[in-house]
Design a protein around this ligand. Structure first.
Ligand code: ATP
Length: 361
């Protein structure tokens, strides 16, 4: 078996009955034991893919292999997957213990009660819910209910764990805590996990790798840092990063990129970073807010509209060529709203895109 392709999705397509193409020829693979995040905006097809992997939905075409074997014709219950839903889907009339034991006490592999209880207790301990064994889900907090759902997904010792926005019903602080717990738990159990989220920070913080989708198409399948440092296209550059990247309209002419109040000589850019030679025409020059900073020698003029404090840093917000942009500076930087300043971009950290979003630098 090839552990690098423990889960393999090949040329997957899904057209819903109403003709909507939710998944357009998607291929990816997941390494055994990895926690991979499927990331993307609402409606990009994340849940559709998870439901197809789970066998809850049939693909229109394409193949799915678990551990080298095609499962497209395998019933959901025989796929050896655990599924954690956004809304937990616990049985309200059962206790925590009964909920966690439930999958072991039904179906073909039905096991004796005491054996089921023993396994359930092991996973309740791992997910730190043993103290609530005899309570009903309604008596638990959101975070505790989520742990019950995870324990219940793990008791059958599935090969693959699928989680659909498991943290979205929790408040911000709890979300941070539970996401760390989920990562350490799945690593401890060693289970290959696909985790759906629309939250880029969540994906960056827990994913061994991230697959970013938009409109049913993979935009980038990569390690987290590469979404930041080497985005494949304009969509990726703008989806990942907080504060969001700055985008300036420029025109290429006579070897120069000309913005509304600045010019860059193309020869000053790193030639090795060009994906192809630039022809004359319109482009978008993008730079992350930490790479465009106040400097007396800077060539971008900025009138500061507002200054926002975010923890140890400040965001200087300015309007440039009619579009809002940002510079991320230290807390101590003594710049305030209303100031007129100059900014300098780090040329080794800019990206250039075509108006269609193709990255050319
Ligand atoms: P969200 O984060 O909002 O849950 P998602 O990325 O999980 O979004 P999906 O639920 O996979 O997105 O939906 C992908 C697209 O397919 C959306 O445009 C959605 O409206 C459409 N869609 C989903 N289910 C159906 C269905 N049963 N029939 C028709 N279209 C559907």
């Amino acid at each position: 078996m090839n552990d690098n392709k423990f889960v393999e999705v090949k040329n997957l397509k899904k057209v819903y009955d109403n003709g909507h193409q939710a998944i357009k020829n998607v291929s990816f693979h997941v390494k055994k034991g990895d926690l991979v995040c499927l990331l993307g905006p609402s409606g990009c097809g994340k849940t559709t893919i998870l439901n197809i992997l789970a066998g809850l939905l049939n693909p229109t075409s394409g193949d799915i292999l678990f551990d080298g074997k095609s499962v497209v014709n395998t019933a959901s219950k025989d796929r050896q997957i655990g599924y954690v839903f956004q809304n937990y889907a616990l049985y309200p009339h059962m206790t925590v213990l009964q909920n966690v034991m439930f999958p072991l006490t039904v179906g073909k592999q039905k096991m004796p009660k005491d054996k089921a209880k023993e396994i359930a207790e092991k996973y309740m301990e791992l997910t730190q819910i043993s103290d609530f064994a005899n309570q009903k889900p309604g008596q638990l907090s959101g975070g505790q209910q989520q742990r019950v759902a995870i324990a219940r997904a793990l008791v059958q010792e599935p090969k693959i764990l699928l989680m659909d926005e498991p943290l979205s019903n929790l408040d911000a602080r709890l979300r941070l805590k539970i996401r760390e717990e989920i990562r350490s738990l799945v690593k401890e159990v060693g289970i290959t996990t696909l985790f759906v989220t629309h939250d880029q920070e969540e994906a960056l913080s827990i994913g061994d790798k991230i697959i970013l989708f938009n409109e049913g198409v993979i935009q980038q399948d990569d390690l987290g840092q590469n979404f930041y440092l080497e985005p494949n296209n304009y969509f990726v550059a703008n989806f990942v990063g907080n504060p969001v990247i700055d985008n300036f309209k420029v025109k290429m002419q006579d070897g120069k990129l000309i913005g509304s109040d600045f010019e860059l000589n193309v020869n000053d850019l790193q030639q090795a970073r060009f994906k192809r030679q630039l022809t004359d025409g319109d482009y978008i020059l993008s730079v992350r807010p930490e790479n465009i900073l106040p400097s007396d020698d800077g060539n971008v003029s900025a009138h500061i509209d507002d200054v926002e404090l975010i923890g140890r840093e400040r965001i200087l917000k300015f309007t440039h060529d009619g579009v809002q942009a940002r510079s991320l500076v230290d807390l101590e930087t003594p710049i305030k709203a209303g100031d007129d300043i100059k900014l300098e971009m780090r040329l080794d950290r800019v990206f250039i895109f075509t108006p269609e979003g193709e990255r050319v630098y």
